[in-house]
Write a protein that binds this ligand. Structure first.
Ligand code: NAD
Length: 309
């Protein structure tokens, strides 16, 4: 199977090199010229806790793409996914059978991708793998993770099994989910609480958690998300959602880290807030559910984004 990872930053880099190392024909596609050139000149430089090594994975600039793929894994930041797909579509990289898999954080990706291919060719994935970028052509990999996948229409298929097998051969610890939407929403709940609040407050997750009334503070945000999720047919449990967030608090978990949104604001790039709290507000309006906390968080992050420009 010919695979492309479209959006080959930190996480795309991780998935791409693991697929390459397992013998898959994989191409990393990106618009970032310096990054693509560095990968092609000396391979992707991978930094782990105990070693640095090069992986000679193929990389191409989006404008140089002249082939089609059987599976395209979208790992741009959420706001650039449609641009990427539109460009790949115009370059005939999406053939009649091409499957598109999204592993991006946030909500609503299946519906957005359905503008390009039908839902029986869209795969939704959620991952607990992490990765960082050190510079052009350099990624930092720590810890381990896993992937859950399901076809967007919820129907089992041979292709789902093939993708799952390919991911497992690449040691990406994949399972086929029977309800990936639940996992996507559960992760989006965590991200919609910790990402914006630590960014607004300029705090590491552990510093944020040290506030005595932190549970009282985050409860209304979670409650809004649960109500909106319910209207969309996803049944999130409050206690489980809270436990998932609390599990990130200790230093041994994510306590010492700033969430990725904080890093995006520090770098002066746009955040994914519109696919987290912003999407909750948007769905809330659609279903007549008031979401004042998520509305305000979205505005605050947009204000912080403006500071960067
Ligand atoms: P990333 O910022 O590392 O890469 C995304 C895109 O930005 C790539 O196309 C990359 O080339 C480009 N980019 C990054 N730095 C650039 C620079 N200095 N100049 C020009 N272009 C640059 O994003 P990511 O962390 O890989 O995230 C991709 C998706 O995966 C997002 O939806 C994210 O929420 C999700 N995700 C990430 C992680 C993680 O640990 N990184 C974990 C789970 C989910």
């Amino acid at each position: 199977m010919k695979i492309a990872v479209a959006g080959a930053g930190a996480l795309g880099g991780r998935v791409g090199i693991q697929l390459h190392e397992s013998g898959v024909d994989v191409t990393l596609i990106d618009r970032w010229e310096e990054h693509v050139n560095a990968i092609n000149e000396k391979g992707m430089e991978v930094h782990t806790e105990d070693k640095v090594y090069q992986v000679p994975v193929k990389a191409k600039l989006l404008e140089d793409i002249d082939e089609s793929y059987d599976l395209i894994i979208i790992l741009t930041k959420a706001m650039y996914a449609e641009d990427m797909l539109q460009a790949l579509y115009e370059k005939n990289s999406i053939h009649a059978e091409t499957a598109i898999l999204t592993m991006m954080n946030g909500l609503g990706h299946g519906d957005r991708l359905a503008k390009y291919v039908s839902k029986d060719r869209i795969y939704l994935a959620v991952t607990m793998w992490t990765a960082g970028l050190k510079g052009p052509g350099q990624i930092v990999l720590t810890g381990s993770g896993g992937i859950q996948i399901q076809r967007a229409d919820g129907i089992a298929s041979k292709m789902t099994e093939e993708i799952n097998d390919i991911f497992n051969t690449a040691n990406l610890n994949s399972i086929i989910s029977r309800d990936v939407q639940h996992s996507i929403w559960a992760k989006a709940t965590l991200n919609s609480v910790l990402n914006p609040l630590c960014s607004i407050l300029d705090k590491r997750i552990g510093e944020f958690a040290a506030y005595g009334a932190v549970i009282e503070m985050i409860t209304p945000i979670i409650e809004e998300i649960i109500e909106v999720a319910g209207a969309r047919g996803v049944n999130l449990d409050f206690d489980a959602s809270l436990e998932k967030i609390k599990a990130a608090f200790p230093d041994s978990a994510a306590g010492l880290h700033y969430p990725s949104m904080h890093q995006d604001l520090a770098k002066g790039v746009q955040t994914e807030v519109d696919y987290l709290n912003g999407k909750i507000s948007e769905y809330g309006k659609e279903y007549g559910i008031k979401t004042p906390n998520n509305d305000m968080i979205t505005h605050l992050i947009h204000q912080l984004e403006m500071k960067n420009h």
